[in-house]
Ligand binder design. Structure first.
Ligand code: GDP
Ligand code: MG
Length: 172
C-alpha cells in the first residue's frame, strides 16, 4: 500500500554568512543572488520534491539573521522533522561552531530526526579550510550525513535536500 506522506518541516542552522539563505533560495528557485541581504525576514518556503516516486513537501525554515545574536528559540525548532546544519568550507570557525548548533538542535528535537551537514561554498576550491574527510568524520559521529554544496553553482544542493527528504520519509 502507498504510504501517506505529510509535509515536513525542515530547519536550517549554522553561523551567519555561511550561506543558509542562499542554499534555501537555490533549492527553491534554482538561482543564486550574489547580493543576498544578510538580514531578511524569517522565511518559510515550501518545495515539493520527488523521492523515488514519492512526492514530499518540505517546509523549509530559514532564519531572519537571529543566529547572529544568540540561540534561536523554541518556535523555530518546534515540530521539525529534519535539519540542515551549514558551515562555510572556507571558514574553519564556522565548522568548529557547528557543534554548538548540533547540540542545541538535539536539545530541542528528538534524537531520531535526520540531520544533514552541508559544507557550503565548495566552489571556492582554492580556499577550502576543512578537508571533506574531516567533515565526513564529524557527520558520522553525529549520526548525520555530509554533502559538499555550492549555492552559487548548485552543486550538491539537490542531493542535500533529497537525501534529507528520503530519511524523513523513512521516519514517518
Ligand atoms: P546566511 O547568513 O547563512 O543566510 O548566508 P547568506 O546566504 O546570506 O550568504 C552569505 C554570503 O555568502 C553572501 O554574500 C552569499 O552571496 C555568499 N554565498 C552563499 N553561498 C555561497 C556559495 O555557495 N558560494 C559562494 N562563493 N558564495 C556563497
Ligand atoms: Mg540568512
Amino acid at each position: 500500500m502507498e504510504k501517506k506522506i505529510s509535509p515536513a518541516k525542515v530547519v536550517v542552522l549554522g553561523e551567519a554568512r555561511v550561506g543558509k539563505t542562499s542554499l534555501t533560495y537555490r533549492f527553491s528557485s534554482g538561482t543564486f543572488n550574489e547580493h543576498q541581504p544578510s538580514t531578511v525576514d524569517a522565511t518559510c518556503i515550501e518545495k515539493s520534491i520527488n523521492v523515488n516516486g514519492n512526492i514530499v513537501k518540505l517546509v523549509i525554515w530559514d532564519t531572519a539573521g537571529q543566529e547572529r545574536y544568540n540561540a534561536l528559540n523554541q518556535v523555530y525548532y518546534r515540530g521539525a522533522e529534519g535539519a540542515v546544519v551549514v558551515y562555510d568550507a572556507t571558514d574553519l570557525d564556522s565548522f568548529k561552531k557547528m557543534n554548538q548548533w548540533v547540540t542545541e538542535l538535539k536539545n530541542y528535537l528528538p534524537a531520531e530526526i535526520p540531520i544533514m551537514i552541508a559544507g557550503n561554498k565548495s566552489d571556492l576550491y582554492n580556499n577550502i579550510a576543512i578537508q571533506q574527510e574531516e567533515a565526513k568524520k564529524y557527520a558520522k559521529s553525529q549520526n548525520s550525513q555530509f554533502v559538499a554544496t555550492s549555492a552559487k553553482t548548485g552543486t550538491g544542493v539537490q542531493e542535500l535536500f533529497t537525501t534529507l527528504a528520503s530519511r524523513i520519509i523513512q521516519n514517518q
